[in-house]
Design a protein around this ligand. Sequence first.
Ligand SMILES: [Zn+2]
Length: 263
Amino acid sequence: MGASGSRSVLIPTLAMLLVAAVVTDIVRRAIGGTGPAARAASPSRGGAVAPQAEAVGRDAPLQPNPTDRLDSAARALALARIENGGSGTYLPAMLEENDSVLHRWADDRAKRPLRVAVLRGDTVPGFREVFLANIAWAIGRWNGVGLPVWLEQDPDTAGADIVVSFADRLDSNRTGRTELTWQRRGPIVKVQVTLATHMSDGRQLQPSQMVALALHELGHALGLGHSPAKTDALYPETSATDLTSRDRGTAILLYDVPPGSLK
Ligand SMILES: [Zn+2]
């Protein structure tokens, strides 16, 4: 009886430690941006825009919580580093987008790779073998940035940190969706990425578009928010088939400051 009593306390406690946010995205209909403008994915990570969260039936609370906060010295140092980054990063835009909260994998994940399980989409209409190579290439590009964390493909979904799967199409004109789960102080603990094989108008994604989508969603999986610059891989309507110096610089800076609320 005693055991069940302590479990009933433990479960709500654990539940409070984890929150989740959803990011949804679209790739441009034509690489290079010559196609008709797709409806912009709202540059939101989390609770600010309800429809995105509702789209997958997940709540995404992002109200600052006292336990999220770093001490004042750590906050001041982090803000100074971000300011010093100048226009070379979009960390300031990320803070604005996400109510001054940064999420990323914890420093101790440098000791063991982030395991990425890519589920084959053999039963998903429009799935192409080349998409797996597109994702592997995107993983390699992020690993080339030199972050303290390392992405490693592993077919074991049970122990995966990041699970990537395919869907025929997503709602609301999106082609990508990333769901982050993090602990109260900011470290990401689990990510689910969904990549669509078709755009909402029914056209299949081309390999170059899957590259752009995978680069973008894996950026979210590492903790990056949206860039306001059209050429960056983390621009909401991405068409970038490689990372820019701003993408790399933003990721490096993100892992150089502690996760959590900088408010
Ligand atoms: Zn996005």
